[in-house]
Write a protein that binds this ligand. Structure first.
Ligand SMILES: O=C1O[C@H](COP(=O)(O)O)[C@@H](O)[C@H](O)[C@H]1O
Length: 256
C-alpha cells in the first residue's frame, strides 16, 4: 500500500509561479504513472482550482490520450451550467487539449431526479475504471487535486457534516450543501486517502485564515486536516513546516 511521505507546503508570491509549478507536478505524476501502468488516473476539483490548471495547455510531455479524468466532486446541475465543476474545468482546460471525450468521466445529469441513483452511477463509473484493473477495496487514483473553501470544505466534504464519517462508499451525495448549489456528489475520505498523491491547491487572500487553521489546529478536524480514516494512511497530515503568509500555495504529497 502507498505510504505517503510528509506533505510539503509550497507558497508563491506570484500566481503564475503556482500555475507553472502545479503543471510541472502534474506532468511528473503523469509520467511516473504511465511508465508504471500505462495510464494516468486523476480526479480534479472545480471552483478556483480550474483556473490554476491552464499551465498544462501546450506543455510538452503531456500524454492526454492516457489520461482518465474524474471529478473529486460535482454539483448536480446540467454539465453546461455555470456552477458545474465539469464546465469550469472544460472551459479552462479540457476543451483546449486533445483529451478523448470518453476519458472525461462526468456525472449522468439525466439521473438528477434521484441523486442516490446518480451517485451510484458515478461510483459504477469509477468501478469500471478501477475495480478490474487494480482489484483494491478502494480506487487508487494516481493524483487527486483538491481545493479548500474559505469555510474549510474540500471536495464537497463540509466541516461537521455526517459525510466526513463515510467509510464504505466511493462516491457519496449531499442534498444540504452549505454552499450552493445544495445537491452535490463527492469522493469520500477513504478514496481521497487511498490516492497515490494528493495536492491541495489553495489560491487567494480569502483562504489565508482557513489554511492557517487547517495547518496549525488539526485538532479542529477541518476536512483537509482529517487523518482519522481507519486503515489507510492519510495524505492529509499536518505539516511540520512553518505557516507562511500565503498569497497562494500548493500543498502536496511529497515525492518519495
Ligand atoms: O464548491 C466547491 O468548492 C471547493 C473550493 O472552491 P474555491 O472556489 O473556494 O476554490 C472546490 O474545491 C470544490 O470542487 C467545489 O465544488
Amino acid at each position: 500500500m502507498h505510504t505517503p511521505s510528509a506533505p510539503i507546503l509550497y507558497s508563491f508570491a506570484d500566481p503564475n509561479n503556482l500555475v507553472d509549478s502545479l503543471a510541472r507536478f502534474i506532468i511528473k505524476a503523469q509520467k511516473e504513472s504511465i511508465e508504471k501502468k500505462g495510464r494516468f488516473t486523476i480526479a480534479i476539483s472545480g471552483g478556483s482550482l480550474a483556473q490554476q490548471l491552464n499551465g498544462l495547455i501546450g506543455k510538452p510531455g503531456v500524454k492526454w490520450e492516457k489520461w482518465q479524468v474524474f471529478y473529486a466532486d460535482e454539483r448536480v446541475v446540467p454539465l453546461d451550467h455555470e456552477d458545474s465543476n465539469h464546465r469550469l474545468c472544460n472551459d479552462e482546460l479540457l476543451s483546449k487539449v486533445p483529451i478523448p471525450r470518453q476519458n472525461i468521466h462526468t456525472i449522468d445529469y439525466s439521473l438528477a431526479d434521484d441523486i442516490e441513483e446518480l451517485a451510484d452511477a458515478y461510483e459504477k463509473e469509477l468501478i469500471r475504471e478501477f475495480a478490474q484493473k487494480d482489484a483494491a477495496r478502494f480506487p487508487v487514483f494516481d493524483l487527486i487535486l483538491l481545493g479548500v473553501g474559505p469555510d474549510g470544505h474540500t471536495a464537497s466534504l463540509f466541516p461537521g457534516h455526517e459525510l466526513l464519517s463515510e467509510e464504505d462508499r466511493w462516491v457519496a451525495y449531499i442534498t444540504d450543501s452549505p454552499k450552493p448549489p445544495p445537491k452535490r456528489v463527492t469522493l469520500t475520505f477513504p478514496v481521497i486517502n487511498h490516492a497515490a498523491r494528493v495536492a491541495f491547491v489553495v489560491y487567494g487572500p480569502s483562504k489565508v485564515d482557513i489554511i492557517k487553521t487547517v495547518l496549525d489546529k488539526p485538532e479542529q478536524g477541518l476536512p483537509p486536516s482529517r487523518s482519522n480514516t481507519p486503515g489507510p494512511p492519510s495524505s492529509c497530515r499536518r505539516l511540520d513546516g512553518r505557516f507562511c503568509r500565503l498569497c497562494c500555495a500548493l500543498w502536496m504529497d511529497a515525492w518519495e
